[in-house]
Ligand binder design. Structure first.
Ligand code: F6P
Length: 546
């Protein structure tokens, strides 16, 4: 038994679960007209209604006791003051410093990092102002009309989600995103673009990520196929990276590198210079308004008692369902077209942070950690996967997210959208079982959800919303005693892909022709299983030129 499952709070929650499930959600509402006011809270312009959950006062008290037993308040403070909460890499996780809008210093290894943070924000402002005003021109003197961000994972998802969400604030240049190493992604993006008026942002913390480097090299070839002059790269490529040597080696000028630091995790980096495509799209004032919103949520998380603390409540609910209801999946359902990529981003934040089964102490855990996080824009999902949410067998708690106002004069549309946002959680909870109705038309109901509501998708509200989910994830990691800030689980597949690539690109294949310095390499020949060997042979044969 782990020290977590031995705690009195954990044991009590396990016992209390059996009691809680004896009362259905509709029965709880019928018994207590004050339920909404007891189980809802407002912070940073966000209303969280968590009343439609399998909770009573005692369950909430026990969850809060569990948080105290895990020393959550101390862990929150450790993160904000720059202690090395990323223990396997001995680093702080200071995304909060990137949006620290106060004058307070943030110390890392005895040094205040805030002057560096402000210096890079100023560099971003100068660059984006020059680009958006047309002062920064391409090699032939034409204005830059299109910016292509090349990056993957955290160097892609957050910025692309925010650019989609804040599209009403966008103006020229247009921003595009290329992440997939599938050449189709770059090719289809470049199809309508002109090298003379296109600028690339190569976003990579490490500047070694295979997909990003392949796309960046092909983009450089595309530019050089028109200009033929390598000196022109300086007007068309900038980099965001922690690796100055690799950036220089690629041929990007030192003054065109935007720095960030190893204490910023990839999936928490949209607040850093990794957010450069956001600032290009919406301008630096709006980018900083997004930081303001996140800072407000940081302050709420850091200083509010646990019982009124929104990220804490959301994190504890996830723990409650994952560990005591055996939930293996959570849906994020934004009723706002602009938030259509929100679940994708939070999927990386949650699953890369908490998808671990070794504790901070190096022990295998004997309890479940993160579930599968997925979702997509309502109302589209209602005509697709909601069937399973309403009548399927898995237990899937859902977060319904909506804004009261829209940027578009959409007449009845917004009322329809909000009607669905309200109706779906009610249908999930109330269900419908009527005498005379055939069984396939029954809805058993009793399915839990949260509702998250705010005024409008603005830079500020979006900043607060994203920070809310980041901190929720941290809360879960603290309870589970795992490190939320490393991602060793992605390494093995990357290493094997490198080995297999050298086998696929051995002399004679089409791919080897595209990588001249590899042609003729003798590939290492690890012992593959029969399935892998067969697949390798089929792919290798397809890559060999006739
Ligand atoms: O492979 C996972 C990962 O390391 C993510 O954590 C990260 O966001 C992504 O790859 C991209 O890494 P980089 O910014 O170094 O290219």
């Amino acid at each position: 038994m782990s020290s977590l499952t031995r705690t009195t709070a954990w044991q009590a929650l396990a016992g209390h679960h059996a009691h809680v499930v004896q009362t259905s959600l509709p029965q709880r509402f019928a018994a207590d007209p004050e339920r909404f006011s007891k189980f809802s809270l407002r912070a940073c312009g966000i209303l969280l209604d968590y009343s439609k959950n399998h909770l009573d006062h005692d369950a909430m008290s026990l969850l809060l006791a569990l948080a105290q037993q895990a020393q959550l308040p101390a862990w929150i403070e450790k993160m904000f003051v720059g202690e090395p909460v990323n223990s396997s890499e001995n680093r702080p996780a200071l995304h909060s410093a990137l949006r620290n809008r106060s004058d307070a210093p943030v110390m890392v290894a005895g040094r205040d990092v805030m002057p560096d943070v402000r210096r890079v924000l100023a560099q971003m402002r100068q660059f984006t102002t020059a680009l958006r005003s047309g002062e920064w021109r391409g090699y032939s003197g034409k204005r830059i009309t299109d910016v292509v961000n090349i990056g993957i994972g955290g160097s892609h998802m957050g910025p692309s989600m925010v650019c989609a969400a804040l599209e009403p604030y966008a103006s020229e240049p247009r921003v595009h995103f290329v992440s997939n190493v599938d050449g189709a992604h770059l090719a289809t993006t470049l199809k309508t673009l002109n090298p003379e008026t296109t600028l690339f942002i190569v976003s990579s913390k490490s500047f070694t990520t295979a997909e990003t480097m392949a796309n960046a090299h092909s983009a450089r070839d595309w530019l050089l196929s028109t200009t033929k002059n390598p000196d022109h790269i300086a007007r068309h490529f900038v980099a965001v990276s922690c690796n100055p040597q690799a950036v220089a080696h690629f041929g990007i000028a030192a003054e065109n590198r935007f720095e960030f630091w190893d204490w910023v995790g990839g999936r928490y980096s949209l607040w850093s210079a990794i957010g450069l495509p956001i600032a290009v799209s919406i301008g630096m004032d709006h980018f900083e308004a997004m930081l303001d919103g996140a800072y407000e949520m940081d302050e709420h998380f850091r200083h509010t008692p646990l019982a009124q603390n929104m990220p804490v409540i959301l994190g504890l609910l996830s723990v409650w369902y994952i560990n005591f209801f055996d939930a293996q999946s959570f849906a994020l359902l934004p009723y706002d077209q602009s938030l259509r990529l929100f679940a994708d981003h939070i999927q990386q934040v949650s699953m890369e942070s908490c998808g671990k089964s070794i504790s901070r102490d190096g022990e295998s855990v004997d309890y479940a950690t993160e579930a599968v996080i997925w979702g997509g824009a309502g109302t589209n999902g209602q005509h697709s996967f909601y069937q399973l949410l309403h009548q399927g067998s898995p237990f899937i708690p859902a977060d319904f997210i909506a804004a009261l106002e829209t940027h578009y004069p959409t007449g009845l549309h917004h009322a329809q959208l909000l009607a669905n946002f309200i109706a779906q959680p009610e249908a999930l909870m109330m269900g419908r079982v009527e005498e005379g109705l055939p069984a396939h038309q029954h809805f058993v109901g009793n399915r839990p959800s949260n509702a998250i509501l705010f005024q409008k998708v603005t830079p500020r509200s979006l900043g607060a919303l994203v920070a809310l989910y980041e901190h929720k994830t941290y809360v879960q990691s603290v309870i589970w005693n795992i490190n939320a800030f490393d991602q060793w689980g992605v390494e093995l597949g990357k290493e094997l892909a490198q080995v297999i690539l050298s086998q696929l690109t051995a002399a004679g294949s089409e791919a080897s022709a595209a990588l001249p310095d590899r042609a003729g390499d003798t590939p290492p020949s690890p012992q593959h299983d029969s399935s892998t060997s067969a697949l390798l042979e089929v792919c290798r044969a397809a890559l060999i030129r006739p």
